[in-house]
Every structure is written in structure tokens, then in C-alpha cells.
Design a binder for this molecule. Structure first.
Ligand code: ATP
Length: 207
């Protein structure tokens, strides 16, 4: 790629919103969450290995991975969690690498990686964008939009890096403290400031 951007932020901070705007501006977005679902889709080698590692309770009646059952299993069992991560993470990384290569030399590629900081990957990108939002707002959104309990929402946040840790890894901090249109506008400004200059002088521009 011409420019390889890592996008991260805490749960419900606004990453998907920023990614969608970057896509509208011409970036190719590689979404780690979507990949982590794709690598265990029904019939996949990934799902076969999950079944082998965790047993038949990992598989729902329709042949897909039973996310609720697997979630419960690995929450209670660190060894099972390590097994699952050992299957899924390498597959996600390999598929991500494949998509980045496929995007080609002129593309602006944005990888949306929720645990970019936690997994120590900041150095792998030309530019790291961090989206930050007020933790209390994020709890409200998780409870309101995703049917999570407040305790679940807080537990999910507590299991991630802190805002300070993400800030330390950021080349650009996007503060999501106003409305969605404001967030999109900020994203366009970041593009103009950090991406457009990198594209000038290229013959074919981004795809
Ligand atoms: P996840 O980590 O769970 O994938 P995310 O970081 O991708 O979440 P989004 O999906 O972009 O976050 O945002 C979470 C929810 O909050 C969405 O429903 C989004 O529309 C809403 N939201 C984000 N920012 C704002 C804002 N500034 N004002 C109002 N709603 C917002």
C-alpha cells in the first residue's frame, strides 16, 4: 500500500464510524472483527479446529460457531481461551496480510484492529489513528444499542488497554466528544492533513 493505517480505540469509541468515513474517502478497510468471524464460518478449517479444541458445545445446531457458548467457555477457562486465540489470531493475521497485499501498491489501507495496542502492533503501521470517547458515553451506547448490562459493559472496557496506553501509541488522536457528523468531519480533516499529502506525486492515486 501507499499508506498503511492502523485504526484503534476502545470498545464503542467510534472506530466503525471513522472506518466508514475513511472508506468513503477512498481507503480500503480491513476489519479485524469481520475477519475473526470469517475465519470460523461454517465449513471452514478454522471452525473445524475450534471444534477439535473446545468440543461439540462450540458448534450451534446450524453448524456455525456458537459465540455465546464459546464466550462462556473461554471466559471461565484461561486454557480454553489460549487455545481459541491460538487458532483464530494467526488466521486473522494471515487473512489480513493477504488483503493488504491484494489492495496493491497505490492503495490507502486502513486496518480496524480493536486490540492493536494490547497486541503491541503499533509499529506495523505507517500511521496509527486512535479514536477516544468518554468512557461513560461508551457504557451508555453499549447498554442502549447492544443490550449489554452495565456490568458487562464496564467489564469489557476494563479488559482493554486504558485511554492513556492508547494515546501513547497514537500518531493521531481523534477525540469523539460531539455528534456523529462532527466525528465524520474530524475524520475528513485527518485525511486532508495526513493522507492527501502522501498521495500527491503518485500517478494513479488510491483505489
Ligand atoms: P466496537 O468496538 O464495538 O466495534 P466501535 O468503536 O466501532 O465499536 P462504533 O460502532 O463506531 O464504535 O460506535 C458505537 C455506537 O455509538 C454506534 O451505534 C455509533 O453510531 C454510536 N456513536 C459513536 N459516536 C457517536 C457520537 N459522537 N454521537 C452519537 N452516537 C455515536
Amino acid at each position: 500500500p501507499r499508506l498503511h493505517i492502523g485504526l484503534t480505540g476502545g470498545i464503542a469509541s467510534g472506530k466503525s464510524t471513522v472506518a466508514a468515513e475513511l472508506s468513503a474517502l477512498g481507503a480500503i478497510v480491513v476489519d479485524a472483527d469481520a475477519l475473526s468471524r470469517a475465519v470460523v464460518e461454517p465449513g471452514s478449517e478454522g471452525l473445524r479446529r475450534v471444534r477439535e479444541a473446545l468440543g461439540p458445545t462450540a458448534i450451534a445446531a446450524d453448524g456455525s460457531m456458537d459465540r455465546a457458548a464459546v464466550g462462556k467457555l473461554v471466559f471461565a477457562d484461561a486454557e480454553a481461551r489460549a487455545l481459541l486465540n491460538g487458532i483464530i489470531h494467526p488466521l486473522v493475521r494471515a487473512e489480513g496480510r493477504r488483503l493488504v497485499t491484494e489492495a496493491g501498491p497505490d492503495a490507502v489501507v486502513v486496518q480496524d484492529v480493536p486490540l492493536l495496542v494490547e497486541s503491541g502492533q503499533a509499529g506495523a503501521y505507517d500511521l496509527v489513528l486512535v479514536v477516544e470517547a468518554d468512557p461513560e458515553e461508551r457504557v451508555v451506547r453499549m447498554v442502549r444499542d447492544r443490550g449489554m448490562t452495565e456490568d458487562d459493559a464496564r467489564a469489557r472496557m476494563a479488559a482493554q488497554a486504558t485511554d492513556e496506553q492508547r494515546r501513547a501509541a497514537a500518531d493521531v488522536l481523534i477525540v469523539n466528544d460531539a455528534g456523529l457528523e462532527d466525528l465524520r468531519r474530524t475524520t475528513r480533516r485527518v485525511w486532508e492533513q495526513y493522507v492527501t499529502p502522501r498521495l500527491q506525486g503518485s500517478t494513479s492515486g488510491p483505489h
